[in-house]
Design a protein around this ligand. Sequence first.
Ligand code: HEM
Length: 205
Amino acid sequence: MSLLILSHREVEESKGDEAYEGLNEDIIVAQGIIFFAAGYETTSSTLSTLCFNLASNPEVQQRLVEEIRSVMDGHDGKITLDNIGEMVYLEAAVNENLRMWPPAISLSRTCRKDCEVIAKGQLAGGLTELYPRFPQIARGLVIKRGMRVDMPIYASHYHEDFFENPEQFQPERFLKGNAEAIFPYTYRPFGGDLHTQLVKYMHYN
Ligand code: HEM
């Protein structure tokens, strides 16, 4: 928000300067609205659905309570930004909840230049070897400039090839030892491209 306020000042100072190519007032307001919509709705729906999932799965809730108590016991009964990282089951439960109830169900992008998603040959061969259940990725997929590509999140999170028993709330999928087997980009509650690295920074900081 502070960056947007600084930009607003820049816009004010540049009034009358026709060569100014920076942000305009409409763009700044739109960004501010996105911050509120993207930040609040996603967080509140995640907390609501997590409460629902825990209430429906008391054994998961019990394990979570025990983990939280045990971490707090080791830190004078406090939860801090540092010790919350020790709550690995909590993180797995939030991840699993975002699999079942992703606030964004699909993303779209417009292709800026012709491209092939997975190159044929060595890379694809290597991937097929690594993930023998998905031979189709070796074929390559050509996308032409100007084409809009919709990338389903919800459908992927419920695809049985990617997540066994997708209707079941199983945080264990995201614990060390299991999480490594998740096929890349099938789990994308925050999206999953380079642009998302910036978004991730905003989400976790
Ligand atoms: C459970 C919580 C959240 C989820 C699941 C979530 C998910 C997403 C997704 C899927 C996108 C689109 C990414 C893309 O286009 O590739 C996004 C964008 C964004 N998110 Fe979140 N988000 C969450 C929380 C937040 C919070 C707390 C903030 C702000 C503090 C935030 C700020 C943003 C912004 C500003 C964008 C747009 C970035 C851009 O397109 O320039 N999000 N989020």
